[in-house]
Every structure is written in C-alpha cells, then in structure tokens.
Design a protein around this ligand. Structure first.
Ligand SMILES: [Zn+2]
Length: 188
C-alpha cells in the first residue's frame, strides 16, 4: 500500500521496497529515442508521400509497443499490490513535478499514469480492496513524516534530506510514501 509514483523508481512502499521496472523503462526510453529520430526524419519527408506514410506507420507501431510493454508490467504490479494489501493509497499525478527530473515525455507519462490508475482501480475492485486517492497538492515530499515539519527549501533533485526540526534523514520517495499512507488512512 501507500504507493507513490516517482520518475526514477516506478513506485515503492514505505519500507522502501521497489516495484521498479527497469527493463520496461530501458525499453521504452530506447523506443522513445527511436521515435524521436523517426519523427525528425518524417519532418523532412513530403506530406502523404510513400516514405511519409511508411515512417508514420513505424511511429504508430513504436507507440503501440511501448503501450504493450507498460500494460503488461502495470497489470503485474497492480495484481501484486492488490493481492498483498487491503488498502492502497495513491497520490494524484503531479505531471509538472515529475517532468522536471524525468527522461520520459509528457504524453508518455500522462498516458502511463492513466493506464496504471485504470488498471489498479479495476484490480482493487476485483479483489475488494480500498483505493484512496491523495490530492496532488498535498506536500507529500516536503513534509517530514516524523515531525510534520514543512521543508519549503526542498528541491526536486534533493533525493536525501535531513529535517531541520527533528534531525531525521529521509529518502525523498520513502518519506513521501509514509506521508501518503498517513493522509490516506485519515480518509478511512
Ligand atoms: Zn522532522
């Protein structure tokens, strides 16, 4: 439970157990780069020419492949989470925040997020689990999970930080995951 999306780790729980999908990431980053190259090539082709249509088809195929890889992994992760946990708390996607430290394009991230949300909703329903969404404006990263101090100075690239109030050192994502859990459980 209490999962949070990160752009480096896919998602993890408050104990720091990761559900990272390195192969997927690697695969679809490579595919995305390929798509970029292909998109560059298509801009040089005459609109609706034979070559133009061929490249257009190739781009569509690449996107489909990315979609299928993600779909497969999302189902696997959603299955694992909903089998294991009674309550799952999810943070609503903050695409703006994610984009700053991600290698993935906005459209891929948005689509991936929506795909995963739909899949986990479906799986939670099938297993009779409670799925709680946390508002995207809740400062899960900047709040110390130990003393609730709000660290306004925390930057996106600060992966590890020490709370100036209580002195606890946090892994950014695990701290956020713990906050999401606490916020989520308040709603039950
Ligand atoms: Zn603190």
């Amino acid at each position: 439970m209490w999962y949070r999306f990160g752009s480096i780790t896919f998602c993890h729980n408050k104990h720091g157990q990761n559900n990272t999908v390195p192969t997927t990431k690697q695969n679809h980053t490579t595919k995305q780069q390929n798509t970029k190259i292909t998109k560059k090539t298509i801009s040089k082709k005459e609109f609706s020419s034979k070559n133009y249509n061929k490249i257009k088809k190739k781009i569509a195929q690449t996107y489909e492949k990315i979609h299928n890889i993600l779909d497969y992994h999302f189902y696997k992760i959603a299955q694992r989470l909903t089998e294991k946990y009674q309550v799952i708390c999810m943070e609503t996607l903050n695409i703006k925040g994610m984009l700053k430290n991600s290698r993935l394009s906005k459209s891929i991230q948005e689509k991936s997020w929506h795909m995963f949300t739909k899949i986990i909703e479906q799986k939670a329903y099938e297993h009779g689990r409670t799925l709680i969404h946390i508002d995207q404006w809740y400062p899960s990263s900047k709040t110390c999970n130990n003393c609730q101090y709000y660290n306004d100075k925390l930057k996106l690239d600060n992966r590890i930080w020490t709370c100036p109030q209580c002195g606890n050192t946090h892994d950014r994502d695990i701290n956020a995951a713990k906050n999401i859990q606490r916020e989520g459980l308040k709603k039950i």
